[in-house]
Design a protein around this ligand. Structure first.
Ligand code: GYE
Length: 329
């Protein structure tokens, strides 16, 4: 048998052997499955504004109670209403290796870009709760909170209802802390709809969300120009303070001077039941469940909408007694 025939046979035999030989199974490359985070993996650095009233107390309790319920390690920081405290706490949480989520209730809308960029570079998830900020939404996972402008617009419309039979529609405004989105947007919203019935804001001043300052500022308003038919108080405490000043001036709050507040705390319901406050725009402080849920989704790589609005209602004096027992804050 010629050499070439033997060589051809060998080649064919080799090919048959190769075909029959068990395929060297390429060791499958096992992609490391991305860690799926659970609430137990979350250490949250929470930067609160301070403790300025009923709404804030309910917001803080919502975070502490929900964290305990979900098994989240919560590092709570009370900034005592000082912006510089919030910024330094933010940097401390960025530097804290345990912390993987930072939640911020911002005292003011500006001044956050730098620390947000630092947090992003450090791989921290940031969720803004309660008050929006001006920084680009690319710098944080999402914002969870109210539509403050809508609250203001509704307050303007409700004041029109309360003053519909009043020849004069002079309203004074008690403003929250200057620089906060809640104060800015509620004021803008109210001015957008007050024109629907010819309301004029004759005096406006901050009372820093406080009942005491609300009383003092209202007393000063009455002294300067007592021709007032309505009060737009940007939160319950300032409205309750104004009611006291109105009584001390010998007038009837809720009757001689109409009062609208924002929040819907127990204090406001008692004020409505007493007849001092006419209408309350709800602002929901129980934001922890939504916030922690969003933070967990972000930790697991999910892209979130820039804003997750909270659900809110409007309460009227006539319904307050019936609703009050069901209120939780
Ligand atoms: O209306 C006020 C609190 O940010 C929505 O802050 C919150 C506001 C709330 O001090 O009572």
């Amino acid at each position: 048998m010629s050499r070439s025939k033997i060589f051809a046979l060998l080649v064919v035999a080799a090919m048959i052997l190769a075909a029959c030989a068990p395929k060297a199974t390429a060791t499958p490359v096992v992609e490391p499955t991305a860690k799926v985070f659970t609430y137990a993996d979350m250490t949250v650095g929470f930067i609160q504004t301070g403790s300025e009233g009923g709404w804030r107390a309910a917001n803080t309790a919502s975070f502490k109670e929900t964290a305990t319920k979900l098994g989240i390690n919560l590092k709570f920081y009370d900034a005592q209403n000082k912006l510089e405290n919030q910024v330094s706490a933010f940097r401390n949480f960025i530097a804290d290796p345990e912390v993987n989520v930072i939640v911020l209730a911002a005292l003011e809308t500006t001044g956050w870009d730098d620390v947000l960029k630092e947090a992003q570079a450090a791989g921290k998830i940031v969720v803004i709760e309660d008050r929006r900020i001006d920084a680009s939404s690319d710098l944080y996972a999402t914002y969870i909170g109210a539509d403050f402008a809508l609250e203001g617009q509704n307050a303007g419309k409700e004041m029109c209802v309360l003053l519909k039979d009043s020849a004069k529609k002079n309203v004074v405004e008690l403003v929250g802390n200057v620089g906060s989105s809640a104060a800015k947007d509620r004021g803008v919203g109210f001015r957008e709809t007050m024109t629907e019935c010819g309301i004029t804001i004759t005096q406006s001043q901050t009372a820093n969300w406080s009942a005491t300052e609300g009383k003092d500022v209202m007393a000063a308003f009455l002294k300067k120009d007592p021709d007032i038919q309505g009060v737009f108080a940007q939160n319950d405490e300032m409205g309750l303070g104004a009611a006291l000043a109105i009584k001390e001036a010998g007038l009837k709050p809720g009757v001689d001077i109409k009062i609208i507040t924002v929040d819907g705390t127990a204090g406001a319901f008692k004020g409505m039941i007493a007849g001092d406050i006419n209408t309350v725009l709800e602002c929901n402080p129980l934001l922890a469940p939504q916030t922690f849920e969003a933070a967990l989704k972000a930790l697991n790589g999910e892209k979130l909408p820039a804003w997750i609005p909270s659900q809110e209602g409007i309460f009227y004096q006539k319904d307050a007694e019936a609703i009050f027992p069901s209120r939780t804050y």
